[in-house]
Write a protein that binds this ligand. Sequence first.
Ligand SMILES: *Cc1c(COP(=O)(O)O)cnc(C)c1O
Length: 377
Amino acid sequence: MKNIPFNSPANNISLSYNLLKLKKYNHFSSNGIFTKQCEQWLRDNIKCKEALLVHSCTAALEMCAILLNIKKEDEVIMPSYTFVSTANAFVMRGGRPVFVDIDPTTCNIDSSKIEQAITKKTKAIVAVHYAGVSCDMDPIVAIARKYKLYIIEDAAQAILSSYKGKPLGSIGDLATISFHETKNIHCGEGGALIINNSKFIKRAKIIRDKGTNRDLFNQNMVKKYTWVDYGSSYGLSEINAAFLYSQLKQAKKITGKRLAIFKLYHKLLENLEIKKLITRPTIPTYAKANGHMYYILIKNNKRDKLIKHLQQKKINTVFHYIPLHSSPFGKLKATTKSTMHNTNRISNTLLRLPMHLRLNKKNIIRCTNELLNFFKN
Ligand SMILES: *Cc1c(COP(=O)(O)O)cnc(C)c1O
């Protein structure tokens, strides 16, 4: 019996062709031809004003904190049920994450709990689109307008997903995407900063380029380039960008395959939900998802046993996140503004099933049959 891994990064064939081209271009650091092609793809598909390739989604989040001039004690509202970088990017500039509970049907921030968390120090709301399923953006946009707050979409998992027909990443002032190998489209490590509020474009390019105006120099707009702002080495190497471009060109195909896997899991697990043994994910009618993950919620503290059972059958499953409000650094550096009832419950009951392009129908049936077997006993 073969092992069914939890993840297996997409790995396509046009890669070698792009690497040959890379050799011809003979430009390997950031901001070359492949970077420009990837950025054009992102602008076309996300319908944003600007897209800047960077070395990770974490880097893009750090750039957001710099662009918003986050300083000591500025507050940023976000869910606690997210990846550490969503919060750490702001903490690194002295800011304070303010955690709000999630809606258990989507695991996204509960927009009805945002308003009570707003203070005079609040600067922004981070909407994390968990599992590539959109947050309910209309109420979040309305609150941001009312209190003059910025919106950042952490769209790390959400490439090619949408909200009421709008691509995710196109709604916030800023948005961030991840091209880490655990995401749908990847280049090993990589990311993008997406900009919809055009006042951020010029400075974002400077911040990406170590705080220099080298971009203007490259366009012959200044005679010399020099240090003008905060910044770091946030760009993505052309080697990664060449890999990424070959993936982006197949992004719609990859998404279609993942959605088909999602659909099959969903059908095969329907009975377990009817018997109230598990809860399957919900995609709200306002959202079009991208098959980033398939998870189930397991009741009655059976998760550890189930993971062990599946492991014995050579099926790898994982859970996440340890909520940030209960992490050592989160307790020190963040504020928790509502009860974290749903966050705690989801964190204790969610299990992610294998999801990648090397899964065939037989593998998926093997996974769901083992789930059925487990619950039979
Ligand atoms: C993966 C992920 C990140 C970090 O992405 P990197 O590219 O690894 O830095 C941030 N936020 C969320 C929600 C993620 O899933």
